[in-house]
Design a protein around this ligand. Sequence first.
Ligand code: GLN
Length: 486
Amino acid sequence: MDLTTLTIAGLHAQLRARAVTARQVVEKHFERIQERNPKLKAYLTLSPERALAQAEAIDRRIQAGDPLPPLAGVPMAIKDVIVTRGVPSTAGSRILENYRPPYDATAVTRLEQAGAVILGKTNCDEFAMGSSTENSAYFPTCNPHDLARVPGGSSGGSAAAVADGLAVAALGSDTGGSIRQPAGFCGVAGLMGTYGRVSRYGLIAFASSLDHIGPLARTVRDVVAVLQVIAGRDPLDSTSADVSVPDYLAALDKPVKGLRLGVPKEYFGAGLDPEVRTKLEKGIERFRKLGCEVRELSLPHTDYAIACYYIIATAEASSNLARYDGVRYAFRAPGAATLEGMYQATRGRGFGAEVKRRIMLGTYALSAGYYEAYYLKAQKVRTLLYQDFVRAFSPDSGEHVDALVTPTSPTPAFKLGEKTADPLQMYLADIYTVTGDLVGVPGISVPCGKSKAGLPIGLQLFTRHFDEARLLQLAHAFEQSGGFTL
Ligand code: GLN
């Protein structure tokens, strides 16, 4: 039996039958990491002591005949923008190279309380800024389906780890697509919940009004198991929503017959790779066969989403990243004669080129005289995008739909180095994902077949705010009807 391809349910069956111990499962994962990670470079740091201590605690509970908590013994990877007590948390940046946080993110605390085993921290674009994991200050991660290609980003390490059996599930973060796009590129499921569904406490901030933590896993059911544990109000994050968390698993197997799906025509225009289009058409056909009503609709402000996102995200980033000043914590460049010189040397050496570009863009958009023209305008566009979605989902609108279906990305995984010289091309990799973050609705990417070259293609679904149950139900029904083999 291959312990590194199991689902959570499969793993639990093995643990309950005492066919394996949690420790053996964890050791098997570390063996596979030793073998595969030198090629993939999915992990930045491993935390074997913490993992084995947790696995042994789970084994003691099994020995004692105690009921298993929901994620008992599940080996998980955590994106390096999510802090872990005593374990380096660099956000893929040199400026946090030696940062060992004194606390855990709430999502990590909840995972461990539910029995999950944290194997280590995964590579990502620096401060989650990127679409390929090539902006990591350390090294790029490779796509397990083709090592010459990117795994997507910014949660590329998490997606590659899950796809290649180096973790059963992982946490990523999504500000403009960074869970869904790498999930699509690596052929796994990745969920961004409603803004506020999962606490951001302990997520190293990029753009606070857009940042989300969410799960990646090989099946929708496993995504659900992780979401169930991490979702819900957290007093440590005032933007976490005080909305009760339903039993997602209970809704999962409900039939999707009669649900209305909207296909926004703006997501199928020029720039969509023909192979992705064909697979999406087949995917949509499959929903029809499952009894869904499918109709085309328009989200008329979609064209402005990328511009709007790159103003708001960079504005918020320029403010959030001001804290890395060489004084409060982490890296300080030595030897400067003046305070100004110390700031310059610290930030000059500590931040990579993309992070600096964004700090400059964001500072410019917020500066006196430009604020109204850029930042304020972008906020107004954000409201228009929000209204597009509300209209599509609102029962008062006459022709409302229960969910939207789109491609996750315009192309399958691109080659390493292909877009690094052209930031605008890189930004366009998120053209179908950013709006979900701007609007705050939940979104998921699930595998929808492969290209002729064997590269996974992602299908994305959105539902109305806090309707994760419906989103997961649709994604699960799609997967159950043969998601991978289109
Ligand atoms: N690729 C987008 C960006 O570079 C989204 C990143 C993210 O979701 N963290 O900002």
